[in-house]
Each structure stands twice: as C-alpha cells, then as structure tokens.
Design a protein around this ligand. Structure first.
Ligand code: AGP
Length: 586
C-alpha cells in the first residue's frame, strides 16, 4: 500500500533517485504516483500521474532534496489531483501520507471556514493545510508537527517537506516508516527494500516519535518534543536478494526458493522453535492470528497443534480478533503471523490484546517491523524479501515453523524433521516438473470457477490454494471443507467444473475420496492430489506421503497453478489488480 520515498543529501540527481525508490516500492501496490522536488534554482517541481510509473522519467535538473509517493486510493478516486504530494495554499509545504486521517471531515470543514482552498477529494490534503494553519502562529516546526499529531486521528505516517528550509518532519502512528542514513545523506521510505541499495543503516521510527531531517543532520524527538538518542539497526539481507534475477517474475522466483528456505529452517531454527514451544506450553490459552495467507497458515496451525501436540490452539483472522479479546488475560498468548509485520488489521488487534496484558509472540519475515517491535517474543522466518503480492514462500515457512513447534511440544521433533525433509524433496520435484502444472492450467483456464476440497489440515490448504488462484488469475476459486460439499456446495458443480481434491493418506483419506465420487457423479473434472491414484480422478497429481507436512507440497502445486493460470490469462502475477503487498490501512 502507499509507498513513500524521500531523499536529502549531496547527490544532485534527487529526481532519478526518488523515481528509482518509488519503483522499488511498486510491489506494495498503487494506482497513481507523484513527486515534489526542489530544483537548484529554488523552485519546486511537482508532477503527478495516474497509473504505473513504467518507463516514466522526470525532466533532468539538478536537485538534492525531494519526496515521492505511490498512492493506493482510499478516500477519493484515482485522479492526478488526488495523487500525492499535496500542498498547502501557499505551496510552501508538501506532504505525503500513508494511512487514513479518520477525522478529516471536521478538520476540512474547519479549514475551509479559515479560507483554505482544497484541490483534491483526499483525507490527506487536510494535513498540508493544517500544518499551514498551525504554522501561522507557531514558528517552531517541531511544535507545529506536535500540534498536528494531536489533532489527527487514525493510523498514519506523514512526511512534511518544507522546500524553503530544506527539511523533512516525519511523524507516525501505526503506519510504518524508515529512514536510512548514508554518508551525509538521508533516505526516507515506507520499507527497507527501497533503502537497501543505498545504505544498510536504518532507523525504524516508533509511534509518538518525530524525526527532523535537515542539511545539518537528523534529530529524533519524543512525543513531548524532547530530543532522544537514535539507535540504528543494520539490515542483513543483500540488495540482490530483492531482485528477480533470471526469473520472469518474483512469484516464480519465490516459489522456487522454498526448498532452500525450508531446509534452512530445519538446519538453523531449532533453538527458536524450542523456545516457542516452551512459551506456548506455559501460556493459558494461545490464539493464532493473521490475515489472508497468514490466517490460513494459522488455521493449519490449529489442526497441526491439535493432531500432533494434542493441544487446542484458538484461531481468528486478525480483523475479527479485536472483537474477541474480552476473554484475554495476562497469561494468554497471542501468536501473530505476518510476512510483512506491518499488516494494520493484525497490529491493531494485537494492540487491543496488549491492553489486556496478553503476551505477544510473533512470526514475521521482517526484523524491525512494527509487529516485531511490539512483540514480547519474536520468531523470524528468514525467507528473504517477498516481493510478489501473492505470498508463497512466507506461507510454507510459517507452516514449517508451526509444524516443528507442534512436534517439539509432542516430543516427536525428529519425526517432524524427517517429514519436513520429505516435504522439501516433494516441493523440489514439483518445481522441477512444473510444466505438468502448466499443462493443467491450460486445460482449466477457461472455466469460471475452480473448487478445492480437503479435510482436516487439507481444508486449510484448500483455503490458501483458492486464495492463491483467485488473487493472481482472477478466476473464481473456492476452498471448502470436503464434508461441507453435500451441505450446499455441490449445487455449484456442473459438467467439467474443475474440482481439486487434496487427499493425503491420512485419517481424511476415505471421506475425501467419497467427496471425489460425489462431484464426479455431477460431471466434475476431478483433480486428485494424493500419494495414491484412484480411478475416480480425471487428472492425478502425485504427491508422496510426508505425514502432516504434506500440506506444504500440496499448496506449492496451487501456487504454481495460480502462477500459470495468471500467465495464461495475460496478467502480471506479481502485481495483481486492486491488491497491495502490505496492507497498512484498515
Ligand atoms: C497473500 O497472497 C495475500 N496477498 C495477503 O492475503 C497477505 O497474506 C495478507 O495481507 C497478510 O499479509 P502479512 O503476512 O504481511 O501480514
């Protein structure tokens, strides 16, 4: 969601740097973009566009300070005027914003009464005018920003750019913002992926803090305007790991990285897994929460913990968990899963849980992310940057952690490692023979709907698989518990409707096979994913039995199917329409 990139330093090509920075953030999802750059002659260049940056370039002029923004529309349509940066009436203040100003309506009415002229339909524009209004009576910009903060409601990251003073003021509540510090130069961005080509020295701004960036340096203030010491973090991943390399798409690259990531979890994460198992054992009730793909990993976790560790773990999607926190205690544990660690629905429900003094264990792919910093205990996926909007490697890495933690609790860790190793071999095979999945995609690509069925942990796999297919191919795909078929879903089955069945040789096998017969009798094209072939399948995809870790290769099949369906429909699997990688607004 909205990307922000700003620069202040000695490089005289700030425009090109900013454009490159915005391109590095494209994966977050956006529908318009804009820049405000101070030229060497003192004037400010502002340009805004709808659509993607593509091969756009900016006119060549000397500049060493400016800010850019990619907008994912919330308030106001996708138009040039609604794109950021927004300026005040005097055009001396340019702001970019990520988040929602929840009370923008009364603020806007008040500012209109004060004769401010608005040019957009956005909530964000009130920020520029409000700063202007406060600044008329308050010369100190730190105090101006403090007052601005006190007047604005909602989760926001705001950068105010004062070209006249060559300074930036940054405040945040909820929405992420990071600053990279190079050699006498500063980079501001919504996440580290845009900064990493320039510097690995990063500061993650905390809620209630304010950063002031000027030619003379960087200053951090607390919420009362007192100066604070800055403790920098160092980013450990390389700029290359966030590139596509020889792959056509990030999605295929990330699918292909899975065997190595899973192996790395077995080889290097045992200590953290043992600690997590102890934390869960001690807790009085554990609640797994996440959104989208992370939520389906959580759901799989409940089955894995129940079956392997004989432990009941609650599950809720994060956006609903806020309404379920009343029964939490100080001995409760919230186990939050999030690739980005920045998903607002997860962060806001975690905040509510923390108000009840519940403890927070997080499993994220992003050291230093908001969720990471909020947590009492952290687990890191170490899956490397995930840039495709559709989450793939982060999902299987989450499952591997949950699976091994469950085995640790059950005191069957070696069995867990053994099955996970088998699953890795299966994933490697599937990726090697991915042309088979590509052929299947060409057979089913013209169908309106695809159904995916499973029981137990395979039900969770069915939900994740359906999400993968629909988000990148735009084909209607639904995952169902196979047992629900006869309670309604079967009405949707027509001649040749593709129905994928996850049918591992576990306690669900016979019942899932019955479901295969039921849909076959209604004319479905039955696609069996199993270690055992059966006549009922029109198409059979073999996945060897890896115990409960079979969920991993099963979902990899759906990841590849989604990828190839997307290509066959002529879509860009990395940047599906309407979606953002990191969902930082409610
Ligand atoms: C996954 O393919 C989706 N794009 C989406 O559901 C995602 O998993 C969800 O927004 C949660 O993201 P997170 O893991 O970064 O919290």
């Amino acid at each position: 969601m909205c990307g922000i990139f700003g620069y202040l330093g000695n490089n005289q090509h700030a425009g090109a740097l900013i454009l490159d920075g915005l391109k590095a953030l494209e994966y977050r999802g956006y529908d318009s973009w804009g820049v405000a750059i101070k030229k060497a002659d003192g004037t400010v260049f502002i340009e805004k566009h709808t659509g993607k940056i593509g091969n756009a370039s900016l006119p060549v002029f000397q500049s060493h300070i400016g800010i850019g923004h990619t907008r994912w529309a919330t308030h106001g349509g996708v138009t040039n005027k609604n794109a950021h940066p927004h300026v005040d009436c005097s055009k001396k203040i340019a702001i970019v914003h990520n988040g929602i100003v929840e009370n923008f309506k009364p603020l806007k009415s008040h500012l209109i009464q004060k004769k401010h002229i608005f040019t957009s339909e956005t909530d964000s524009e009130v920020i520029a005018h409000l700063i202007e209004e406060i600044h008329t009576t308050e010369p100190d910009l730190v105090k101006v920003m403090q007052r601005l903060r006190s007047k604005i409601h909602g989760m926001n990251a705001i950068i105010a750019f004062f070209p006249e003073y060559e300074s930036f003021y940054i405040i945040k509540n909820g929405s992420p913002i990071v600053v990279g510090v190079g050699n006498k130069e500063f980079f501001i961005a919504s996440d580290t992926s845009a900064i990493i080509p320039h510097t690995k020295r990063i500061y993650f701004l905390e809620d209630e803090e304010m950063l002031e960036l000027t030619k003379s340096g960087i200053r951090l203030y607390n919420n009362t305007g007192m100066k604070k010491k800055i403790s920098y973090s160092t980013i450990t991943y390389s700029a290359e790991s966030a590139q596509k390399g020889s792959y056509d798409h990030f999605m295929l690259k990330e699918i292909s990285e899975q065997p190595q990531i899973l192996k790395n979890i077995i080889d290097t994460k045992k200590r953290e897994i043992i600690q997590a198992a102890q934390i869960i054992k001690k807790a009085y009730g554990t609640y797994l929460i996440g959104c989208g793909t992370a939520s389906y990993a959580c759901l799989a976790g409940t089955y894995l913990f129940s079956k392997i560790a004989h432990r009941h773990i609650n599950f809720a999607i994060s956006s609903e968990f806020s309404y379920l926190v009343d029964f939490l205690k100080d001995s409760s544990l919230v186990f939050a899963l999030s690739q980005s660690g920045e998903t607002i629905d997860t962060i806001s429900s975690v905040k509510k849980a923390k108000e009840k003094n519940a403890k927070l264990l997080s499993l994220t792919n992003s050291r230093g992310s908001t969720l990471y910093r909020m947590s009492d205990y952290n687990l890191l996926l170490h899956a490397g940057p995930e840039k495709a909007v559709a989450s793939t490697k982060a999902y299987t890495a989450k499952i591997a952690f949950l699976y091994l933690i469950a085995h640790k609790i059950a005191k069957t860790y070696s069995l867990g490692e053994k099955n996970l190793t088998k699953a890795i071999d299966e994933v490697t095979e599937i990726i090697f023979h991915k042309s088979k999945i590509q052929s299947l995609s060409s057979k089913i690509k013209d169908h309106q709907s695809i159904f995916i069925l499973g029981r137990g942990v395979s039900y969770a796999a069915a939900l994740e698989s359906a999400l993968k297919i629909k988000e990148v191919s735009y084909i209607h795909a639904e995952g169902f518990a196979a047992g629900e078929l006869k309670h309604g879903v079967i009405a949707l089955i027509e001649k040749d409707t593709p129905v994928i069945l996850f049918n591992p040789e576990d306690e669900t096998y016979d019942d899932t096979l019955s479901a295969a017969h039921e849909v076959k009798a209604r004319g479905a094209h039955v696609i069996g994913v199993s270690s055992r072939n059966d006549d009922v399948y029109d198409t059979y995809i073999e996945v060897k039995n890896c115990g409960d870790a079979t969920i991993i290769p099963n979902v990899v099949i759906a990841q590849l199917l989604g990828y190839y369906l997307s290509l066959s429909k002529g879509h860009d699997p990395d940047k599906p329409r309407n979606l953002a990688k990191s969902v930082t607004v409610k």
